[in-house]
Design a protein around this ligand. Structure first.
Ligand code: FES
Length: 140
């Protein structure tokens, strides 16, 4: 039996990944390894502050992802997931970014072959770690 091929979108992201690389002065970094295959992913985030405007007055700002980059030592699916995920969360507030699920990413990519679905967890976990890392930093 032939296994399901990658969707067009997965191949596009894999061949030309968006937001790949390092942010040198990142506000936080999240690093995870995939226990299934041993692949590793790192996500770098730079945080900005969105002004929440209530009744014409500038109020407390909301932290949002101003910039995001990833480094992935992993399979084609992991690279495509990182590329799609970074596109989706860029510009989102931290709370919005934390709500993105792996199903959303897989759907955005037009599906992943079943044995590759675990690869999509890597991106979400690295993002969550980076955000957690950022929150821990500002509390201290
Ligand atoms: Fe390791 Fe896909 S096989 S992340």
């Amino acid at each position: 039996m032939r296994s399901m091929p990658y969707s067009k979108k997965v191949i596009q992201h894999f061949k030309n990944p968006h937001n790949q690389g390092v942010i040198k002065n990142a506000d936080a970094v999240g690093k995870v390894g995939n226990p299934v295959c041993g692949d590793v992913m790192k996500i770098y985030i730079k945080i900005g502050r969105k002004k929440v405007d209530k009744g014409g007055k500038a109020q407390e700002g909301k932290d949002f992802i101003k910039d995001i980059k990833f480094e992935t030592l992993g399979c084609a699916a992991a690279i495509a997931v990182s590329s799609a995920l970074t596109d989706i969360v860029k510009g989102k507030t931290l709370d919005e970014a934390l709500k993105i699920t792996k199903d959303k990413i897989v759907k955005d990519l037009g599906g992943l072959p079943a044995p590759k679905v675990h690869c999509s967890m890597l991106g979400i976990e690295a993002l969550h770690k980076a955000i957690e890392n950022y929150k821990n930093k500002i509390i201290k």
